[in-house]
Ligand binder design. Structure first.
Ligand code: HEC
Ligand code: HEC
Ligand code: HEC
Ligand code: HEC
Ligand code: HEC
Length: 242
């Protein structure tokens, strides 16, 4: 008597051996791709916080010491890129302040007063916020429109180590471009991350008005005063993809 047929693998099952083999061969490719895209800053999102070569703290410098963002990121108001300050900017203070500190060793190396092999080489700061190359972005346009660093970077003045605070994806950009009014503030308060519209005398001063003549709707008023483009232009594909 023949064996019952369910003990015998049907002939098509042989194909699985080949498929399994192909899978095993492709596994390394898959793992490499996963690591590449997973570790690529562009695809990492909110909370991305690379460890920086120097333990520089915004909470100390921009928070406690109250150094203006513009002292180090002076290009934000002028250029598309905000730029990380050169070592010279750090040494303006650190030639005198904590000159022997071990945590400033790489700063001195870069400046030329440490390891001579590293003299003149910039500090290898890791980029935190990053858009894909096919997206056009411009800091100056936003700073001039009265959009604070706070809206896009969070409370940097309280961060010991900077992290990405917002998603920076297309939906996020568009949600503001459709309706920017609530995010607008006087231009000269853009780098003041603790600004509040509730301080009426200061607001009046910022705008060159009196408390009595302050507009009821600040956002609407600034849309006109800063000549902000309408939502049709701001949501046009050409604005961000050129
Ligand atoms: C004393 C100089 C200094 C001051 C003042 C300063 N920064 Fe920075 N900033 C740096 C340095 C250096 C880096 C790069 C290292 C790092 O990410 O911590 C940086 C990085 C950043 C980044 C991340 C850049 C990236 O790679 O995406 C943001 C955002 C930022 N700063 C915003 C601010 C804001 C907002 C203020 C004002 C509240 C400010 N900074 C004040 C020196 C400064
Ligand atoms: C306007 C002056 C000023 C500038 C500019 C400045 N710092 Fe500082 N920094 C200070 C002061 C003040 C301290 C606190 C020193 C202390 O606690 O003894 C400090 C502390 C530090 C410390 C901690 C030192 C330690 O021993 O604990 C590091 C690291 C540091 N700064 C890095 C930087 C870097 C990097 C830059 C440039 C991007 C920079 N600083 C620019 C004033 C400045
Ligand atoms: C409308 C959102 C927005 C505002 C407002 C904004 N930033 Fe940025 N910032 C970004 C984005 C997006 C990037 C990443 C840009 C890229 O990769 O091309 C970035 C990058 C940076 C960088 C890294 C260098 C660079 O240019 O790529 C620094 C430093 C920085 N911002 C500082 C600031 C400071 C300081 C302010 C306030 C004066 C500010 N930003 C206001 C969105 C913003
Ligand atoms: C909180 C509000 C807000 C966010 C978030 C925002 N923007 Fe804008 N953006 C504006 C405003 C307001 C203007 C208009 C400036 C004007 O008309 O003067 C603008 C203008 C622009 C322009 C035109 C600049 C020029 O040179 O004409 C570009 C490009 C742009 N934004 C890209 C982006 C991208 C990309 C993102 C997301 C990563 C983004 N924006 C996020 C408010 C915002
Ligand atoms: C305010 C700026 C802005 C405008 C306007 C805009 N985009 Fe984008 N777009 C972005 C950003 C930022 C990204 C990057 C998304 C990311 O990294 O997640 C993006 C990504 C994309 C991608 C890549 C797909 C993806 O999700 O990664 C496509 C396709 C695209 N945009 C098409 C368009 C089209 C079509 C329009 C017009 C209807 C448009 N965009 C208008 C900012 C904008």
């Amino acid at each position: 008597m023949n064996q019952p047929s369910f003990f015998v693998f049907p002939r098509w099952a042989n194909r699985f051996t080949k498929i399994a083999l192909v899978c095993v061969l492709l596994l390394p490719v898959y793992v490499v791709a996963l690591l590449y895209y997973g570790a690529n800053a562009r695809t990492l999102n909110v909370g991305y916080q690379p460890v920086q070569p120097v333990a520089y703290s915004h909470a100390l410098h921009a928070g406690t010491l109250g150094i203006s963002c513009l002292y180090c990121h002076s290009d934000v108001a002028r250029a598309a890129f905000a730029a990380i300050p050169p070592t010279q900017t750090c040494m303006n203070c650190h030639q005198m302040i904590a000159p022997q500190s071990r945590s400033l060793q790489l700063v001195r190396d870069s400046y030329g007063t440490g390891n001579p092999k590293l003299a003149g080489l910039p500090i290898a700061w890791k980029k935190v916020n990053m858009l894909p190359d096919y997206v056009y972005f411009n800091h100056a346009a936003h700073v001039h429109a009265g959009i604070s660093c706070l809206v896009c970077h969070g409370h940097v003045n309280e961060m010991t180590q900077v992290y990405q605070a917002r998603p920076l994806n297309m939906a996020w950009c568009l949600s503001c471009h459709r309706h920017p009014e609530p995010y607008l503030r006087p231009r000269n308060e853009v780098t003041n991350l603790n600004w509040t519209p509730k301080n009426k005398p200061r607001l009046a001063q910022d705008l060159g008005l009196t408390v009595a003549t302050l507009p009821k709707n600040l956002g609407k008023y600034l849309m006109g005063r800063y000549h902000i483009a309408n939502a049709k232009i701001l949501t046009d594909c050409e604005t961000c993809h050129r």
